[in-house]
Design a protein around this ligand. Structure first.
Ligand code: DHB
Ligand code: MG
Length: 222
């Protein structure tokens, strides 16, 4: 095969896949604009990953979704789009400023009636949810130092057959050599917890693209 002068990279292929397959629509473009306008970090999931979350929730038949880490609501809207009539999504956001941006985006996307944003430390919010109806699907994407705590909470708030997805489990490969990065060490501990837990059947997929080299862990509660 003749060598190409220039090979396309992960991010260009992701752009093609997003345009061709994902097609998130104007609501998703508006979320990105709002993140830039508010000076928030561009750490939302990639469009391909957002739609993966929607598809996983739909495949699972989720009616009740819990998200830990709202940011501007990008993944929230994708997940809300998976919900059937009468479904519900609870999302936890630490910063009131981010929650305000998310509220606008989620309402503008037409899924506002399904989504409850809880502002404050997620561990406090999660404690208040105990004893309620179990969640069918949990997406963990917040401060990485609490990943293991969030997994423990997720186990307390779900049922056998529920799905738990955790973002950022590869962290540019730093999980294998955390050095002085406490987030990398915490992510590694959370993966170790997942693997050792008799209550979870877990795997992970690595991703490469606009968000660099990262990945998702996916688990089913036993
Ligand atoms: C960061 C957080 C995320 O959830 C993510 O997907 C990417 C980066 C961060 O805190 O740097
Ligand atoms: Mg993330």
């Amino acid at each position: 095969m003749v060598e190409h002068l220039r090979r396309p990279g992960w991010a260009e292929v992701e752009e093609y896949l997003s345009t061709t397959l994902v097609r998130g629509g104007d609501a998703m473009d508006a979320v990105i604009s709002s993140i830039d306008a508010a000076g928030m970090p561009r750490i939302e999931v990639a469009p391909t990953a957002g739609k993966l979350l929607m598809l996983l929730a739909r495949i699972q038949g989720a009616r009740r979704v819990l998200e830990i880490g709202t940011l501007a609501g990008f993944s929230t809207i994708w997940l809300a789009r998976a919900l059937p009539h009468g479904g519900h999504l609870t999302t936890c956001e630490f910063l009131p400023e981010h929650a305000a941006v998310a509220r606008k985006n989620i309402d503008a996307a037409g899924v506002g009636a399904l989504v409850d944003i809880r502002v404050g430390p997620a561990l406090d919010t999660l404690r208040t949810l105990e004893g309620g109806e179990p969640y069918d699907f949990v997406f963990i994407d917040a401060d990485k130092g609490n990943d293991t705590n969030y997994l423990r909470c997720a186990l307390a708030l779900t049922r056998p057959g529920s799905v738990i997805v955790m973002d950022n489990v590869v962290w540019e490969g730093a999980i294998l050599d955390p050095g002085d990065d406490p987030d990398a060490a915490a992510i590694r501990s959370a993966l170790d917890f997942m693997g050792a837990s008799d209550a979870l059947d877990a795997t992970a997929i690595q991703t490469a693209g606009s968000k660099g080299w990262d990945g998702f862990a996916i688990a089913v509660v036993r």
